[in-house]
Design a protein around this ligand. Structure first.
Ligand code: C2E
Ligand code: CA
Ligand code: CA
Length: 508
């Protein structure tokens, strides 16, 4: 309940109490008056009830003014709280969350797209400014940038997205006008800011992307403006660059993501989210850890965007180690087995086995608490070395799961030769169980073969009760999907899911 509502609620009760008292006193006075007219000797009681009425009236008036005053200050406190949520305290720019919301709204709906431009602005050499002239000056420089941007881009929304990074949403996509305004901004910043009698010149780098020409969703527009900003920085800063398609196509994009991802691992921008895996009764039996990247500017980035890039270098090993360490740190809190994904690229190097051994030793965890998920395509293309590594990992005590089964060319005969403990049936099969007879036969046959070999079948991507029923009928024993819970951070996993288990949806 908000402060305002609490005050209203409490005061309302007291106010009503006094009101009843007043009514009683008036009643008593009236009765007293009646008594006097019949029996003049009862004047004393009458006087008392008049005094009581007067006192109650005064109390009521006092209460009223008190309540009005309290409501006023509570309203002011609430407005202040809202302001702090919406506005960044240092610069007065909109906070990141509200900025992103405004950007989404500014782009219109799928049906009626609106013209807009997104500018990402970075204050160059912010760290050096802070180190040389002090944090106070750093803050002043940021506030100055927001003020100038607000003046140059009239009717635009300015938001603070990260430490020294800002966004501007311009409500049109007229590039000639935007270019002119960006030049004004660059010039105004170069003019500088006064510090202890000296003018300190400032410089900013700018990246521009236009909607709907370049992209029409907030996250895509952010990505493209970010690429353009990166170009400005790479070209020596103090410049503005408008996004162009070239930036996406070549190595430059990959290099940017690689560089940023490497930094993200060190800066703690990665998160491991957990999705429950339940049994036929809906009780949580395990979790799958799925990595996410909380980018300071672009927000939460899906692994589908960055894993393929990480896989092109040994960056995937670094990322894989981070994931496993995180899972080790969380497994005690979850109280269930954790599955984590290991890329085929990691399995091409011995490092995967030594890394797992090292992390287990350092964290004191047991391999039996984890399931390593490898995709079906890795398994079908597995060399003797890769199979050897899988055996070694299994030898350490890890369970091995074959992920995305059904998407590649993995025949049932692979199940005999591959060292796996469970098979995860791809979502595409689960969703077609309803109307595709072939899918039904495929899953049932797989479940039968798996049953003989003591392999557990997991149905992935279960979204509806109907899919759950059909997958159960086909012989699946474990289930994962939005029906039971989306991947969420550790803190958001309910105590029930951790401890015993039955997800809300199934008990409700
Ligand atoms: P995956 O291992 O097949 O993971 C399942 C994906 O399906 C996840 O997407 C999950 O969010 C999504 N999903 C789960 N239930 C449902 C559902 O009911 N409906 C729908 N539509 N989707 C559902 P996510 O998290 O985007 O991960 C995508 C892929 O990225 C993963 O596919 C996995 O191959 C890879 N990945 C994720 N985390 C890691 C990691 O730590 N390391 C490596 N190497 N790869 C990872
Ligand atoms: Ca997986
Ligand atoms: Ca999968």
């Amino acid at each position: 309940m908000s402060i305002l509502a609490t005050i209203k609620d409490h005061s309302g009760r007291i106010y009503r109490g006094i009101q009843s008292l007043l009514l009683l006193a008036i009643g008593a006075t009236a009765m007293g008056a009646l008594g006097i007219s019949r029996n003049p000797s009862s004047g004393g009681a009458f006087a008392i009830s008049i005094v009581a009425t007067a006192l109650a009236l005064m109390a009521l008036m006092y209460m009223r003014s008190n309540i009005v005053q309290r409501l006023r200050s509570a309203a002011a406190a609430e407005a202040e709280k809202h302001h702090l949520l919406v506005r960044d305290a240092v610069t007065g720019a909109m906070t990141r969350r509200y900025f992103l919301e405004t950007l989404g709204e500014g782009l219109g709906t799928l049906r009626s797209r609106r013209d807009a431009a997104l500018l990402l602005i970075d204050l160059d050499h912010f760290k050096q400014l802070n180190d040389t002239f002090g944090h106070q000056f750093g803050d002043l420089a940021l506030a100055h940038l927001v003020r100038v941007a607000g003046q140059v881009f009239a009717k635009a929304t300015v938001g603070r997205l990260g430490g020294d990074e800002f966004g501007v949403i311009v409500p049109h996509a007229n590039l000639a006008v935007i270019n002119r305004q960006v030049q004004q901004l660059l010039n105004a910043m170069r003019t500088g800011k006064l510090h202890e009698g000296k003018v300190i010149p400032l410089s900013v780098s700018v990246g521009v992307a236009l909607a709907p020409i370049h992209a029409s969703t907030a996250s895509d527009l952010m990505l493209l403006a970010d690429l353009a900003l990166y170009e400005s920085k790479a070209a020596g800063r103090g410049k503005a660059t408008v996004f162009d398609e070239e930036m996406l196509s070549d190595k430059r994009y990959r290099r940017l993501v690689e560089r940023e991802l490497r930094a993200a691992i060190y800066l703690g921008e990665l998160e491991l989210h957990y999705q429950p895996i339940v049994d036929t009764d809906g009780a949580v039996r395990a979790f799958e850890g799925l990595v996410r990247w909380r980018h300071p500017v672009r927000g939460l980035i899906s692994p589908a965007e960055f894993i393929p890039i990480a896989e092109r270098s040994t960056l995937i090993d670094m990322l894989g180690e981070w994931v496993f360490r995180r899972a080790c740190a969380d497994v005690g809190h979850l109280g269930r087995r954790i599955g984590f994904n290991v890329s085929g690229e990691q399995l091409k190097r011995d490092e995967i086995v030594s890394m797992c051994e090292r992390v287990l030793r350092e964290t004191g965890c047991s391999a039996t608490q984890f399931v390593i998920e490898i995709t079906e395509t890795v398994a079908t293309a597995a060399t003797p070395e890769i199979l050897g590594r899988l055996e070694a990992l299994r030898g350490l005590g890890f369970h091995i799961a074959l992920d995305d089964f059904g998407t590649g060319h993995c025949g049932f005969n692979y199940l005999k030769t591959l060292p796996v403990d469970s098979v995860k049936i791809d979502r595409s099969y689960v969703s077609s169980l309803i109307n595709d007879r072939v899918a039904q036969i495929f899953v049932s046959a797989l479940a039968q073969i798996a049953g003989i070999q003591d392999i557990t079948i997991v149905a992935e991507g279960v979204e509806t009760e109907e899919e759950f029923t059909l997958a159960r009928a086909a012989g699946c024993r474990r289930f994962q999907g939005y029906l039971f819970g989306r991947p969420v951070p550790l803190e958001e996993i309910g105590a029930s899911a951790r401890a015993s288990s039955v997800p809300r949806l199934l008990t409700a």
